[in-house]
Design a protein around this ligand. Structure first.
Ligand code: ATP
Length: 346
């Protein structure tokens, strides 16, 4: 059992606070993605869990054991980095077996584990090749196989696919998820790529300015963002926002239309995803500005009361720049945010 518990972890570098009081529990065998923009602190958090960085305050527990005072090698973890240090002058076999040799495991155990993980990563044909002769994708597989060969309770990965081209990334992300699910390992995976996060994670921790803003399943993060930041960060294009004024009794005026919302009087922001809008007789009146045919659908960038507002519509719709269109939001997909706190108002 390798539950990971991060308790009140903070990290400062001089006067700069990179992490504020992080609390997070990752379940045994869970695949947790840390997602956020550059500089939000995700790598720092991963390095603290690994023991490559010391927390300023707080505790890290793995499998019910406090580990933050232990050396990285004693934490039962294996890591895969972006620049996956695969040694070019060693064969694939010796690269995968590197950590096992360091642990002084007997030769036949090294062979068993190397062959098993090479099989899992589908590089068993390459074992005798020198790693310097491999393609980027093959080297990436070697790096993952080396981590898996350690049979760790926990695997930590920092942007492991970022050096690969788009097609290979897509293939590897599916394979990696499959292999990790089979290996019963608890995984933490750092990325700034929301597609990668959505497609691989059991849960996503969305990070912003050294804090975890929301930790939830990909669908929950997408459908019910806990804060405006999440709504604007996840989804491409992101959620639309419009100011809303209370009419009392849970009725809200948004760009001259009435909607049902929370029963309160302070102003809110109305939010809707671009794909949750349909052309209709009644709804929000928008002026189309830019029309982008994307094959499967049409991305229409409009303006409503001077605010940018995007709609994803059927590709066979005819819209021209300057057209007035009426867009009806799907009622159960409307979300509300408090402009004071920026948090979800429901
Ligand atoms: P990226 O995706 O760019 O790697 P990140 O979210 O992983 O970003 P971190 O690498 O964790 O971000 O860095 C968080 C913040 O802490 C950044 O502002 C960074 O400049 C700062 N930081 C990280 N390491 C150090 C250090 N050793 N000394 C000083 N500041 C640091």
């Amino acid at each position: 059992m390798a539950v990971i518990e991060i308790k009140n972890v903070a990290k400062t570098f001089g006067a700069y606070t990179a992490l504020h009081d992080i609390n997070l529990t990752i379940a045994d065998q869970e695949f947790m993605v840390l997602l956020g923009a550059s500089g939000c602190g995700k790598t720092t958090l991963l390095r603290i869990i690994a023991g490559l960085e010391t927390a300023s305050t707080g505790e890290v527990w793995i499998g019910g054991r406090r580990v933050d005072h232990l050396a990285p090698k004693d934490r039962g973890i294996a890591m895969v980095f972006q620049n996956y240090a695969v040694f070019p002058h060693l064969t694939v076999f010796e690269n995968i077996g590197f950590g096992l040799r360091m642990q002084k495991l007997p030769n036949d155990e090294v062979r068993r584990r190397v062959e098993r993980t090479a099989g899992l990563m589908q590089i068993d044909q390459l074992l005798k090749r020198y790693s310097g002769e491999l393609s980027g994708g093959q080297r990436q597989r070697v790096a993952v196989a080396r981590a898996l060969a350690m049979e760790p309770d926990v695997i930590l990965m920092d942007e492991p696919l970022s050096n690969l081209d788009a097609l290979l990334r897509m293939e590897m992300r599916a394979e990696l998820k499959g292999v990790l699910a089979e290996s019963n390992t608890t995984a933490i995976y750092v990325t700034h790529d929301q597609v990668e996060a959505m497609s691989m994670a059991d849960r996503i921790s969305v990070m912003h300015k050294g804090e975890i803003v929301q930790a939830a399943t990909p669908l929950e993060v997408y459908r019910n963002p806990a804060a405006e930041f999440v709504a604007g960060f996840i989804g491409n294009p992101p959620m639309n926002f419009l100011p809303a004024t209370s009419q009392g009794g849970g009725k809200w005026a948004v760009a001259g239309e009435l909607f049902d919302g929370p029963d309160r009087s302070a102003p809110l922001k109305f939010a809707i995803r671009p794909e949750d809008l349909r052309p209709a007789e009644q709804g929000l009146t928008a002026t189309a500005k830019v029309i982008e045919p994307l094959g499967a659908h049409l991305l229409v960038t409009c303006e409503i009361d001077g605010e940018i507002f995007r709609a994803i519509l059927d590709s066979d719709m005819t819209v021209r720049p300057g057209d007035r269109i009426t867009l009806a939001p799907q009622p159960d997909r409307i979300r509300w945010f408090d402009p004071e706190t920026t948090l979800s108002a429901v």
